[in-house]
Design a protein around this ligand. Sequence first.
Ligand code: 5AD
Ligand code: SF4
Ligand code: FES
Length: 347
Amino acid sequence: TDVTDIQALIKKAETTHELSKSEIVTLLTDNQYVDEFFAAADRVRRKYVGDEVHLRGLIEFSNICKQNCLYCGLRRDNKKVDRYRLDTDTILDFAVKAKSYGYRTVVLQSGEDECFDVDTMVNIIKKIKELGLAITLSVGEKPREVYQAYREAGADRYLLRIETTDKGLYEKLDPGMSWDNRVRCLKDIKELGFELGTGCLVGIPGQTIESLADDILFFKKMDADMIGVGPFIPNPDTPLAAEIGGTFELSTKVMAMTRLLLPDINIPATTAMESLNPQGRVLALQRGANVVMPNVTEGEYRQMYLLYPGKICINDTPAHCRSCITGKIQGIGRKVSETHGFREKRA
Ligand code: 5AD
Ligand code: SF4
Ligand code: FES
């Protein structure tokens, strides 16, 4: 039977890493013991993944997207974005620089841009692997064969957020896309031996706390290796311009719950969290997170990769972000990792 006493529930989550859906809902709804809840997530983070923070250098290499997600600034119907795609040499140049900043992983992220065909991506992946870096891809839905080619070329990890496990809501917000196909992608990615990263948006219109509880149980069921959670931030140039959006508080609660139930995975303090709260990433690192993804894209491209308004670092250089984030991490007594930061399954 379900535990209803909040403090007992926090203890159950911290010690067993198992909760029922209604127990998750109870904890996500509670406002009385939030500090204890976050402290428990911080202890679990420390016990399972330690004090090191893994930095992943993010390269936003194309803001061209064939999809039309209602929440996203890069959606194809948004005519207000100046579109760009980096050429292979520029991407490799940014990867070399990421290495020079000490990053051990680069994340290659883009919209769903068909121009980057399999051969182009495989070539980029192979060249970056020659630098000794781990590679995370975040380039959307592809057929299994394409994922397999990326994997064989040497890509280590793949990020594809489920966004929401509410299929009806997903298909309303991502018109023309199929929730079942997205799950197919996640299963293929996992089976092909990538570290699987997924995650959700918090505060999209029509989402409930029950649905967020389902999201967390879904992460567990998929045995995800990384989970990125971020608040939905309404973008004025999208159909969801007038919506309310998610809060920093609730998104960190969902993140902390994820840490309690998937204790040994990698969890980023997300850029969207810091966009809502100037201390957002440091707070997230103290509520369960152990990863940060500093941007290593240079020049005018940063301003053009605008998923939502208020995105941080759009006028900063990679070198500035590197010292900024290092200072923040050391400022809370944590350490920048020098390893590749793969998931280590621990009991
Ligand atoms: N607010 C917050 N996050 C967003 N994303 C897209 N649009 C927004 C927005 N308006 C997130 C999606 C996507 C990731 C790359 O960015 O979750 O998976
Ligand atoms: Fe494209 Fe991703 Fe934005 Fe959807 S969320 S429009 S797939 S970039
Ligand atoms: Fe970019 Fe702080 S991480 S300015």
